[in-house]
Design a protein around this ligand. Structure first.
Ligand SMILES: NC(=O)c1ccc[n+]([C@@H]2O[C@H](COP(=O)([O-])OP(=O)(O)OC[C@H]3O[C@@H](n4cnc5c(N)ncnc54)[C@H](O)[C@@H]3O)[C@@H](O)[C@H]2O)c1
Length: 329
């Protein structure tokens, strides 16, 4: 339990959704936490995400694409939780170069910074289930073919493999978690850039209908953010994770229409409607997806604890009083 007490921890993307929840967990365990975040407005970073812990950590607003800043920031750190990323799949198709710069090139230069300035650091990289593409079989395990359907998936794959290569060749201890849809307090809900669930939360609070694309029968699994944070902390604390990739996931599988029904029945009112798939989204949709996460259960003892209904209730309870800090247009 006390792995992180008194340790020096760097979180890239630390003002974002998962990074800020991770920071809160680490601060409560007594870690000395530094956050790096560029606060690019289109992404999930939000200074309000650390409102309650602002005095308990260091915030460095800078860009992971700056190799000089990163070479300085990795020094003296015991752990690097490498979460900074361009996360919009649509944006990766209209601005592929920026996605490449952040999700691949910057990852390589962060690893180079570690190799040169701090080779004993331990790294956990936030990868994504998106790199599997349209599943050949379900549930998707780590042996499933890799076949990204968008530029983001290709660049995240490069970022992930750079981490594994630096582990295997240079001995920089690193592992990667392939996250599935993660949701909860502090996700970007202003628009659909981060996840459709984000905009659904906003629409529910605004009393507007939730829009479900297509027939709504696409299957998904979801992790509440606290479960995701647990997995990241376990991967960081466990030497046997080094050089490996693990799927995260949930055994609570649900289609998007059922999810919309669950949301409108949470007690906040609301309605949903089925609308045609926007063509640009359909082109990169992966159909049904859910994970086989038995490897991380077996090797690190992780499994999700928070059920979907409970997680959605906690999410709505967070945004209802705080929404003005997440959108004001
Ligand atoms: N949330 C999910 O469902 C999910 C699923 C799969 C993978 N992931 C991965 O997890 C990581 C965290 O995602 P999140 O959901 O918290 O998203 P997020 O957008 O809330 O967090 C990412 C953070 O990185 C920061 N960032 C982006 N580019 C940067 C740059 N160039 N320099 C410094 N900071 C930069 C953003 O400002 C943001 O705060 C990402 O790498 C993402 O690819 C998330």
């Amino acid at each position: 339990m006390n792995t992180y007490h008194g340790t020096n921890v760097l979180i890239t993307g630390g003002l974002g959704f998962i990074g800020s929840n991770l920071a809160r967990a680490l601060v409560s365990q007594g870690a000395k936490v530094t956050l790096v975040d560029s606060l690019i407005p289109q992404y999930g970073g939000n200074i309000f995400n650390i409102d309650d812990i602002r005095e308990k950590l260091i915030v460095n607003v800078c860009d992971v694409r700056d190799p000089f800043a990163m070479a300085y920031l990795v020094q003296g750190k015991d752990y690097l939780f490498n979460l900074a990323g361009q996360t919009s799949h649509l944006d990766s198709m209209t601005d592929p170069q920026t996605d490449l710069d952040i999700n691949a090139t910057a990852q390589l230069s962060i690893l180079e910074a570690c190799r040169k300035a701090n080779p004993t650091i331990k790294i956990v990289f936030a990868s994504t289930r998106q790199l599997y593409g349209k599943p050949d079989y379900l549930p998707v395990d780590e042996k499933h073919p890799i076949r990204p359907v968008d530029v983001n998936g290709i660049n995240k794959l490069a970022g992930e493999w750079y981490h594994l290569l630096y582990n295997n060749v240079h001995g920089i201890r690193a592992c990667a978690l392939r996250l599935t849809n993660t949701y909860g307090p502090r996700m970007r809900v202003k628009d659909a850039r981060q996840t459709f669930l984000g905009i659904w939360v906003r629409l529910l609070i605004e009393g507007k209908p939730i829009k479900v694309f297509g027939d709504g029968l696409q299957l998904r699994d979801f992790n509440y953010v606290d479960d995701c944070v647990d997995a990241i902390l376990m991967a960081g604390a466990n030497e046997s994770a080094n050089g490996k990739v693990f799927n995260l996931g949930s055994s609570e599988i649900i289609n998007l229409k059922e999810l919309a029904e669950m949301m409108v029945n949470l007690g906040y009112g609301g309605t949903f409607e089925l609308v045609p798939f926007p063509p640009e989204r359909k082109a990169i949709d992966i159909g049904d997806y859910y994970s086989d996460f038995s490897l991380i259960t077996k090797e690190l003892g992780w499994q999700p604890k928070v059920g979907l209904q409970e997680g959605l209730l906690r999410t709505m309870a967070y945004y209802q009083p705080n929404f003005a800090n997440y959108w004001n247009d």
